[in-house]
Design a protein around this ligand. Structure first.
Ligand code: HEM
Ligand code: HEM
Length: 198
């Protein structure tokens, strides 16, 4: 895996490698978008499903979710391409070998689901078809209409979203464990200079 231009910063325990500003920007922008995307997805399906309210608000929530999802997909494709070409810092030197393995698996699985979940959603709306956004314009279709298949794809979209949420919970738990309990530099590698521990 290439590692190009990985920055280092000085700490009281010596120089440590950190994520590049581009990698950090990708990370935190995607975090902010996912933090909106999942609640909107859950609320719009609750409103349209359990409450059976199909008014302008529900339709706009669906449109926002579809638009947000496509933006996330494009960003994650760019981020993944950047990750594959520019690489990432070496594992934080003090972490245990098992933590290294679990974090590698978690990170690659996160990338996998960050790509798979929106692709399944987009294929689902292409086949349903329900490509319109805010009554203004249609997203380009990725596949021919097939209602039955779209329902299967939405089931997998939902399962994938819950799996993503599970991985995110583990990931945040690990980041907090490193910061508050293990007190190492793992979280600092992904934070801006101002928030980093000395
Ligand atoms: C990372 C991006 C995405 C995440 C995390 C996400 C998450 C979710 C979640 C949590 C739900 C609710 C599932 C349920 O309880 O039924 C949902 C439903 C839905 N999503 Fe997404 N979504 C993403 C991207 C997309 C994209 C790109 C599209 C389409 C362009 C899309 C279209 C839909 C649709 C139409 C539903 C409703 C499905 C149904 O009624 O069964 N999503 N999404
Ligand atoms: C939507 C939620 C999140 C997603 C999808 C996500 C995804 C990812 C991914 C894919 C990586 C691997 C980066 C790479 O090596 O290319 C990563 C790294 C990292 N994330 Fe997140 N993240 C999320 C939320 C958070 C939060 C809330 C925190 C902090 C509390 C956090 C802290 C970190 C840290 C510290 C790393 C670097 C780990 C290391 O140096 O080995 N993440 N994240």
């Amino acid at each position: 895996m290439p590692r190009t231009n990985i920055p280092t910063v000085e700490t009281t325990s010596g120089a440590i490698e950190v994520y590049t500003p581009a990698a950090r920007a990708f990370h935190w922008i995607v975090v902010a978008l996912i933090a909106i995307q999942i609640p909107v997805g859950l609320y719009m399906t609750y409103r349209g499903g359990a409450l059976n309210i199909w008014d302008a608000t529900t339709n706009n929530l669906y449109s926002a979710h579809k638009l947000g999802g496509v933006i996330i997909l494009l960003l994650v494709i760019a981020r993944f391409a950047y990750r594959l070409t520019a690489g990432a810092p070496h594992p934080e030197p003090t972490i245990e070998p098992w933590q290294r393995v679990v974090s590698e698996i978690n990170h690659w699985a996160l990338y996998g689901l960050l790509l798979l979940v929106p692709i399944l959603g987009y294929l689902g709306v292409s086949m349903f078809p329900a490509l319109n956004l805010f009554g203004l314009f249609d997203l380009p279709a990725l596949a021919a209409p097939d209602k039955k298949m779209s329902e299967t794809l939405f089931e997998f979209h939902k399962l994938g979203a819950w799996a993503l949420l599970g991985l995110i919970a583990m990931h945040i738990g690990a980041a907090l464990y490193h910061y508050f309990i293990r007190k190492d530099n793992v979280l600092g590698r992904m934070l801006s200079l101002a928030l980093r521990k000395p």
